[in-house]
Ligand binder design. Structure first.
Ligand code: ATP
Length: 379
């Protein structure tokens, strides 16, 4: 694999039962197991305090691993110093040296390593070309935009040709528009460099658009590791179901009722839907009849259009619109099913407005059913 005038090194990582217990006894990361293949773009996502940065910092060597093993390729690196791990980290506050030019900022790490001037020059120009920074090499950081500074920070990491890039919320200091631009830049960068990237974010859009695989964390424990598509289509538990997707998946308590082999979910006193045979069978087999489960349906899988209303008569519910939100390309309609507020994401052509009673069809093929106690998916 040729890159930046040299062969880019392969890098796979393996985390085996990695735990982090801080000196105050707080368990920040618990039994973290993950195999990362060469060239993967792995995302750690989860709410504030779930252990994303701690895990990334353990990989970088900035935080001691309390127990478990970290392998980079075929080397156990638990006790290897950060600078000898062949890893480059890009932080959210990209901390450029203000008195140095872009060129010197980018070449600094190589200069420290006493790399020959001509080689530094070559590496800096190659990285600058990839990041479209060639015309800015003589500038100081204060004469750059936020996005340009962010690209210099990336450039500083690239010139080192590390085995692995670690990025901790690198876009969080940028405004919304620039964040979208840089997201695309990082995606292109990954395609160009064909490198292994581990990227921390709490932004699910960044996670979904950038990652080849996403690791969803909560309270220091991995909830699910999957491709963006699989996370969206088949969330394994209630937490992942609620965390991925915007607006959030509607989650409703539902009573499982059987009538001559046909299974109905009672979503409240006045709302019920008849389940497709396969789903109903599964609930019967697993002993859920008479019990309460959690039904999950994404806003985009609730339709108000004629086509769906006529094609799926088993899944029609009728509700009064409480709030109408126009978002340009789509409309969110909010309505109550008993005491739970639900959202349907519909076409902006809709004429429904607050106060109107509307018929909705739930796309039953997209219905998720969870165990209320264990919070794990049933079907
Ligand atoms: P955020 O998105 O807010 O950055 P995060 O997922 O990156 O959150 P971490 O920074 O990894 O979370 O922190 C995980 C947990 O460990 C948090 O509850 C935090 O309070 C705790 N923690 C972090 N550093 C220490 C420390 N030095 N001593 C004790 N607890 C710590």
């Amino acid at each position: 694999r040729k890159n930046l005038g040299g062969i880019w090194k392969m890098a796979s990582l393996s985390l085996k039962n990695v735990c982090k217990v801080y000196p105050n006894g707080f368990v920040a990361v618990k039994d973290f197991n993950l195999e990362i293949a060469d060239q993967e773009f792995i995302i750690f996502v989860g709410p504030s305090g779930c252990g994303k940065s701690t895990t990334l910092r353990m990989i970088a060597g900035l935080e001691e691993i309390s127990s478990g093993e970290l392998w980079i390729d075929d080397k156990l690196v638990n006790d290897v110093e950060p600078m000898n791990r062949d890893i480059a980290m890009v932080f959210q506050n990209y901390a450029l040296y203000p008195h140095m030019t872009v060129y010197d900022n980018m070449g600094f790490a190589l200069k420290l390593r006493k790399v020959a001037k001509a080689d530094i020059d070559k590496a800096v120009h190659e990285a600058a070309k990839i990041l479209d920074l060639e015309h800015l090499l003589d500038r100081k950081p204060k004469a750059l935009s936020g996005g340009q500074r962010q690209r210099v920070a990336m450039g500083r990491a690239i010139v080192r040709k590390p085995k692995v890039f670690l990025m901790d919320e690198p876009l969080s200091n940028l405004d919304a528009k620039l964040r979208v631009q840089m997201r695309v830049e990082i995606s292109k960068l990954h395609q160009k460099l064909k490198c292994t990237i581990i990227y921390v974010t709490h932004d699910q859009t960044e996670a979904m658009t950038l990652g080849t695989r996403i690791v969803v964390l909560k309270d220091g424990i991995i909830q699910q590791v999957d491709t963006p598509q699989a996370l969206y289509n088949t969330p394994q538990n209630l937490f992942v179901a609620g965390f991925i997707g915007s607006p959030q998946m509607n989650l409703l308590d539902a009573k499982v009722v059987e009538n001559a082999g046909a299974v109905t979910l009672e979503l409240g006193a006045n709302f019920s839907i008849k389940l497709p045979e396969a789903k109903g069978k599964k609930l019967i087999e697993q002993g859920y009849v008479g019990k309460t489960v959690v039904a999950g349906i994404r806003p985009e899988d609730i339709h108000d259009e004629e086509l769906f209303l006529t094609s799926s008569p088993d899944s029609i519910i009728e509700a009064t619109i409480k709030v109408y939100e126009l978002l340009g390309a789509e409309v969110n309609l909010h309505f109550d099913l008993d005491d739970v507020t639900c959202t349907a994401k519909v076409n902006p052509r809709t004429t429904a407005r607050p106060g109107d009673t509307v018929k909705f069809a739930i796309d039953l093929s997209k219905l998720h059913i969870f165990d209320k106690e264990t919070e794990q998916v049933i079907c």
